[in-house]
Design a protein around this ligand. Structure first.
Ligand code: AMP
Ligand code: MG
Length: 414
């Protein structure tokens, strides 16, 4: 074992360094059919009013309010997509269907339930109100209105409103292309029987799921051995096509831990150790040196060396990698949402390290109550499986006793 050459950095400072060195990716035009989950790169502004024409809200008759109480001649029909041609003459009406254009001359629509029909005439109620029962031009949007803001994630309603204004394509940020690699001579492919001292490579699949949820396109590279040249070759090759490298394992101070020196030879290591539990060996670098290709227009490639212990790799993913991937995609909101929760247990702090404790949540009355998932050992994946939230316990903070209320990062609500 060697002593680490890297300074222990405060967890918040490390998170800030990661974001500072993470570029925002470029913009591409994507057809609305492929925009679900993507992030808008620019505001979308209405060019034309919506609705574009006055359209009936009901089935009935388009008339003049001044003809209230009269018997009117029905001169034609305005159906959705098939407008009445011309204007309706005085003391006449046009049959109109929902979505039909209000004909010229008419200033209101009477519902079919409120009239008396006889042959080709219709008798309308004694009281009519101009403007009734139709949508006015620009009711929904006026030209120049901001429809959607840059940084918005596109879901069903956002895609719908963009399509309603005739936008076939939208400017969205590129998804980060991530090369994912596990390191360690002890790892075997999941499904193969481990030999003596071997374990299945579970991090690869856990991190793949986490990366996809965060919006990344992932190139899964498999297992790299604890051998410097082989690892270097794999990484350099992978980075030709990637914006981001994510590795797990090989970042602690054992002699087989090769990731930090490799990243250092390819760029700059900004974070080499963090005052964080779990996740002290977390490593972050920007990669710009030969033999890598030149930086892309929006900046250098970034690399995350995650610790090997499964919980450490996923917690450091949450704390550092996920916000960075969201920055790359232009999200306005980088962090998980947080909610106040009442602690159902004494959250014991760790000396000199910020700890992210895994908790389940349940409701008691109007409150969310957090219970620990049990032993918080970084080798115990069951402390994260089924967890609903992370409770951040500052170093040496003795105040987080059972019953106190803290903000928790919500992973998913029960
Ligand atoms: P390391 O950071 O390489 O020293 O790894 C620490 C420990 O994490 C190892 O001893 C393994 O128990 C575990 N580990 C490392 N890589 C993986 C992986 N890909 N999947 C599951 N466990 C792993
Ligand atoms: Mg290892």
């Amino acid at each position: 074992m060697r002593a680490s050459a890297y300074p222990l950095i405060d967890a918040d400072q490390a998170a800030a360094l990661v974001l500072e060195h993470t570029p925002v990716l470029g913009v591409e035009q994507v057809a609305v059919g492929g925009c679900a989950g993507r992030v808008l790169a620019e505001d979308v502004i209405a060019e034309a009013p919506l609705p574009a024409f006055p359209s009936s809200a009901v089935d009935g008759f388009a008339v003049r309010a001044s003809d209230a109480g009269k018997t009117l001649r029905v001169v034609g029909e305005s159906a959705a997509g098939r407008p009445f041609q011309g204007a309706i003459p005085s003391t006449s009406a046009a049959r109109i269907l929902t979505g039909g254009v209000l004909p010229e001359g008419a200033d209101c629509v009477v519902m079919v339930e409120d009239v008396q029909l006889a042959g080709d005439t219709v008798t309308v109620p004694k009281v009519l109100k101009a403007g009734a029962n139709y949508h006015k031009v620009g009711d929904d949007l006026k030209p120049g209105d901001r429809i959607l803001a840059a940084g918005t994630q596109l879901g069903a309603a956002e895609i719908g409103v963009a399509a309603a204004t005739g936008r076939a394509n939208l400017p969205v940020r590129r998804r980060p292309r991530v090369a994912l690699m596990s390191t360690g001579d002890e790892l075997v492919e999941v499904g193969k029987t481990p030999g003596p001292g071997q374990i299945p490579d579970s991090n690869r699949w856990a991190l793949l799921a986490a990366l996809r949820e965060a919006g990344a396109e992932v190139n899964v590279l498999g297992i790299a051995p604890d051998e410097p040249e082989a690892l270097r070759k794999l990484v350099v090759e992978a980075l030709r096509e990637a914006d981001v490298l994510v590795t797990s394992g090989g970042v602690s101070v054992g002699t087989h831990d090769l990731v930090k020196p490799l990243l250092e030879s390819l760029g700059t290591v900004h974070v080499g150790r963090v005052k964080l539990k779990p996740g002290k060996p977390f490593t972050f670098a920007t990669l710009g040196h030969a033999p890598l290709p030149d930086p892309l227009p929006w900046g250098e490639r970034v690399a995350f060396g995650l610790p090997g212990f499964p919980v450490s790799s996923l917690v450091t993913f949450e704390v550092f990698v996920r916000p960075a991937l969201r920055k790359m995609q232009g999200f306005a909101q980088l962090q998980r949402p947080s909610l106040p929760v009442r602690l159902g247990y004494d959250a014991k702090p760790t000396a000199d390290r910020t700890e992210y404790q895994r908790v389940t949540l349940h409701r008691e009355g109007r409150e969310l109550v957090a219970e620990t998932t049990g032993s918080q050992s970084s080798s115990r994946l069951m402390s994260l499986a089924g967890a609903h939230a992370l409770v951040r316990v500052p170093a040496d903070d003795q105040s987080l006793k059972k019953g106190s209320v803290v903000e928790a990062l919500i992973l998913n609500l029960p």
